[in-house]
Design a protein around this ligand. Structure first.
Ligand code: PEP
Length: 250
């Protein structure tokens, strides 16, 4: 059985006090044993979140990191810095990083290599824009994102990889892929992994869906055979909505 994962990407929201309020609310909730739950606060709140969640099953992830170990990269944060405050998981390739910070597949390949060298788990995001989908290029785009950004890794690194399929047209727009569209792409992604690596690796990797997941649609999306959880943006900023999504697996 593949790992079921729900991760909340808080993006550039919540200062320290707001982070603490949300963490306290989350800590009151019962986390189902069969679901791994993560939250990704901003850099400034990672250490606080890690400490606050020390004896709690919710884990803390970072939203990005730099590909170098150290150096003159003003404003950036390295894998070692993340690990030094307890963070062992990093989201890489989020569409907002790709679109607003020019993170292309080649750069992401470097970040993946660095994260794995530091024994971090990577939630690797892929997904097509609306235009690419309308032109019927979605499979091609996602294949290139995987091949150029991720498929340089060795077979034994796959145990540290989680994939997140996030159609850009569904992120923060209120527009969700239908459960059938999500299943179709997740199956396709699994096939792409199988043909470049093996059926066994493809079968084991968790593939999360992201894009306007809410308590109202989570059950149907998570009910698809190749959907192993979700990467949640907006709805993860509210403890009750987030936990309803987490509980959609029950
Ligand atoms: C995301 O940012 O990864 C995301 C899926 O956002 P939202 O749930 O708000 O669409």
């Amino acid at each position: 059985m593949r790992k079921r994962i729900v991760a909340g990407n808080w993006k550039m929201n919540n200062d320290l006090a707001e982070t603490e309020v949300l963490l306290q609310e989350l800590k009151k909730q019962v986390i189902p044993e069969k679901v791994s739950v993560l939250v990704a606060p901003s850099f400034t709140n990672l250490q606080h979140a890690f400490e606050s969640l020390r004896d709690h099953p919710i884990a803390v992830a970072a939203q990005t990191m730099h590909q170098s170990d150290h150096g003159a990269f003003t404003g950036e944060v390295s894998a070692a810095m993340l690990k030094s405050v307890g963070v062992k998981t990093v989201i890489l390739g989020h569409s907002e990083r790709r679109a607003y910070f020019d993170e292309d597949n080649a750069l992401l390949a470097e970040k993946v290599t660095t994260a794995l060298r530091h024994e971090m788990t990577v939630i690797f995001c892929i997904g097509e824009t609306l235009q690419e989908r309308k032109q019927g290029h979605h499979v091609e785009v996602v294949t290139a994102q995987l091949e150029e950004g991720l498929f340089h890794i060795s077979e034994n690194h796959w145990q540290h990889i989680v994939l997140a399929y996030e159609p850009v047209w569904a992120i923060g727009t209120g527009e969700t892929a239908s459960p059938e569209q999500a299943q179709e792409m997740h199956k396709e992604i699994r096939n792409i992994v199988a043909s470049s690596y093996s059926e066994s690796i493809a079968d084991k990797v968790s593939i999360l869906y992201g894009g306007s997941v809410k308590p109202e649609n989570a059950k149907e999306i998570f009910g698809q055979p190749d959907v192993d959880g979700g990467l949640i943006g907006g709805a993860s900023l509210n403890a009750r909505s987030f936990m309803e999504i987490v509980s959609a697996f029950l």
